[in-house]
Design a protein around this ligand. Structure first.
Ligand code: CO8
Length: 259
């Protein structure tokens, strides 16, 4: 698939996916969502990529779902539109490798929601985050009611969603909505630095850890422990575990092969 709204480039086992529709502040319409779905499906299968960075072109990360496309929808069409977004965001959330959102500007509505589907969020000091949907007469519909509450707790999530007030990066950091805030010029460097750090570790161990955290969060603590134990045990069937521990004992850096 040729992309009209995405720019994808790879540097040193890191893929950077940039949403490139700056005239509408990278609003997510059906076309962008279909391209993101295609792109992340391929990234999932691409063993040469160890970490993905998602960002936006221009002054916006993503200013939400496309309001002009949504304005004429009926309930059935609204359901289908939400499902297309949700399926794509689930693909990002469940990707076999970590995804870092580099939030360069507006992350509103669907923009905040897509960042929540990523594993780690780094924001520029210029970022503005929020769920303004109730001010438009709708609820969040790309997973916001679920992931925001799981990320920052139900009280803060309800306040943000009910008041529909957008918050600056520093406040987002204070409530745990983003992991880190940096100056705009430093955003991509910081995301790359973190991505490279992760890429230097055992790809399989990182994948199993991501899976255990994500799956464990959906369940009770006993089942969560079962999930962790199963994935921990899987590591002992890998070359990476042997290399990682051998390298430690030999006082050298490990050379992981991802198998
Ligand atoms: N959809 C469509 N177009 C948009 C959007 C959007 N979400 N956001 C901005 N644009 C367009 C503007 O219409 C404008 O277009 P034009 O130049 O043709 O007039 C262009 O982008 C530039 O925008 P502004 O002139 O408004 O730029 P400002 O810098 O003045 O303001 C803001 C920036 C504050 C981000 C402002 O554009 C804004 O408030 N945008 C809307 C933000 C918003 O409400 N987002 C949430 C949308 S709802 C949502 O995401 C629901 C997700 C779940 C969907 C489930 C499906 C059923």
């Amino acid at each position: 698939m040729d992309y009209k709204f995405l720019i994808k480039e790879c540097q040193d086992e890191i893929a950077i996916v940039k949403i490139n529709k700056p005239k509408s502040l990278n609003a997510l319409d059906s076309g962008v969502i279909a391209e993101l779905n295609d792109c992340f499906t391929k990234l999932d299968q691409d063993d040469s990529v160890k970490v993905v960075i998602l960002t936006g072109e221009g002054k916006s990360f993503v200013a939400g779902a496309d309001i002009s496309e949504m304005s004429g929808l009926n309930a059935t069409e609204g359901n289908a539109f939400a499902k297309a977004g949700m399926d794509t965001f689930l693909l990002i959330e469940k990707l076999s490798k970590p995804v870092i959102a580099a939030i360069n500007g507006f992350a509103l509505g669907g923009g905040c929601e897509i960042s929540l589907a990523c594993d780690i969020r780094i924001a520029s000091t210029k970022a503005l985050l929020g769920q303004p949907e109730v001010g438009l007469g709708i609820t969040p519909g790309f997973g916001g009611t679920q992931r925001l509450a799981r990320t920052i707790g139900p009280g803060k999530a309800k306040e943000l969603i009910f008041r529909a007030n957008n918050i600056k990066a520093e406040e987002a950091l204070a409530i745990g909505l983003v992991n880190k805030v940096v100056e705009p010029d430093a955003l991509m460097d910081e995301a790359m630095k973190m991505a490279k750090e992760i890429a230097s570790k055992s790809t399989l161990a990182v994948k199993y850890a991501k899976q255990a955290i994500n799956n464990g969060l959906q369940t009770d603590i006993d089942t969560g422990m079962d999930i962790e134990r199963a994935n921990f045990a899987l590591c002992f069937a890998t070359e990476d575990q042997k290399e990682g521990m051998k390298a430690f004992l030999e006082k050298r850096k490990p050379e992981f092969k991802g198998c």
